[in-house]
Design a protein around this ligand. Structure first.
Ligand SMILES: Nc1ncnc2c1ncn2[C@@H]1O[C@H](COP(=O)(O)OP(=O)(O)OP(=O)(O)O)[C@@H](O)[C@H]1O
Ligand SMILES: [Mg+2]
Length: 367
């Protein structure tokens, strides 16, 4: 989604939130973030980073030790348990293990929050059927969760969360229990929930693929803190924190490293260069003229170009073949083009330029 002309109001806002559990474990340590209405915000982090605690703070299941959590401008701590009840209805929760009632049918699961919210039987039933149709489960209302596949169960979980028409959907590892294809289907459904129903989504995940496929903005958490945040494309193209860079590598054909790089060097004795492909960065444009100009040939040895948020992103690693001086000149030209590619980040904070220059220099040194 592109940034709207007028900034949407925040649906969820955390201000310097800290959560310390009895015994001294600090799960969330001074987190501030804003989820704008109509957007999808992802929080990514390794196990124990504090992601689930963060979600529990947003739905009011945990109270912050300090700082505040605001939902649509209302400070949850100031509402009290009674005031919190109607506010909770504006929040839908989707869980990794679906958390369906096994003894209720699909329809019964979706009806449950509607009856709880006080809808009469007929209105609840109509709403539940409508929501099941939206998630693609018309005609499955009479089945029981154990008769469904994992992906279908999660679609019931999403229908149940959506039934009360929440403003915001909180997803805790909603696809982590699913295989890649089913993950893709559930992500596509969540995208429709956002685009067609206008529901704001705050999701937590340890998979960067989920962020790439669904989110507008992302925050990277480590040890209870947000170490980096921003627009998804920018974070993918130029991660600044090492943890972010590692997450990004897991989802992209990045510059080869470690044993893979060693194997490539054994197979390809010539100069290896990795050229980043980043929207608006000239390194890739410089490649063909440099090769042609210096009469250098190449072999394509690793990498690829994909899309993040509809914009190209990736890297390609080439073995340059030709006269040593000509190869030098091409490598130097590419390093210069990469170095200037990410204008403000050219000092080395851009992963795109760092991977390229590092592999150019390193490959040259080992050769
Ligand atoms: N109720 C609790 N009491 C004490 N410590 C807790 C409690 N809940 C969470 N923690 C601690 O807080 C830290 C963050 O836990 P949390 O469950 O939020 O992490 P997470 O990022 O969701 O991890 P995972 O990816 O494994 O689900 C962990 O060190 C955990 O042990
Ligand atoms: Mg968790």
């Amino acid at each position: 989604m592109t940034t709207p002309a007028t900034p949407a109001h925040p649906v969820v806002e955390l201000r310097e939130v800290r959560k310390e559990f009895p015994g001294g474990s600090v799960a969330v340590d001074g987190v501030s973030l804003t989820v704008a209405a109509g957007t999808v915000f992802g929080v990514v982090g390794h196990s124990g980073a504090g992601k689930s605690t963060l979600l529990r703070l947003v739905n009011g299941l945990e109270e912050p030790t300090s700082g505040s959590v605001l939902l649509d401008g209302r400070d949850l701590a100031a509402l009290g348990e009674r005031g919190l009840r109607p506010v909770r209805r504006e929040i839908g929760m989707v869980f990794q293990q679906f958390n369906l009632f096994r003894s209720r049918t699909v329809l019964g699961n979706v009806l449950y929050p509607l009856r709880l919210a006080g809808l009469d039987r007929a209105a609840a039933r109509a709403r539940a059927e409508e929501t099941l149709a939206f998630v693609g489960l018309s005609g499955h209302g009479g089945r029981y969760p154990e008769q469904l596949s994992g992906g279908q169960r999660q679609r019931v979980g999403i229908a149940r969360a959506l039934a009360t028409r929440p403003k915001v959907l909180l997803c805790d590892e909603a696809t982590s229990a699913l295989d890649p294809q089913t993950t893709g289907e559930v992500l596509a459904l969540l995208r429709r929930v956002n685009r067609e129903l206008g529901v704001t989504i705050l999701l937590i995940t340890h998979e960067m693929e989920v962020v790439r496929g669904l989110c507008d903005r992302v925050a990277v958490m480590e040890d209870g803190r947000v170490v980096e945040s921003g627009e998804v494309y920018d974070v993918f193209a130029r991660p600044r924190h090492p943890t972010t860079a590692a997450f990004v590598r897991s989802a992209l054909h990045s510059a080869p490293q470690g044993p893979l790089l060693e194997r490539l060097r054994e197979r390809h004795p010539g100069r290896l260069v990795t050229v980043p492909v980043v929207d608006g960065a000239p390194a890739m444009d410089a490649l063909a003229p440099l090769l042609r100009g210096h009469g250098v040939d190449f072999a394509f040895v690793h990498g690829g170009v994909g899309e993040v948020r509809g914009r190209p992103l990736g890297s390609v690693t080439l073995e340059l073949r030709g006269e040593e001086a000509a190869v030098e000149a091409v490598a130097a030209g590419l390093a210069a083009a990469s170095g200037t590619s990410a204008a403000p980040a050219a000092s080395g904070t851009s992963a795109a330029s760092v991977t390229s220059i590092a592999s150019v220099a390193k490959a040259g040194g080992v050769r």
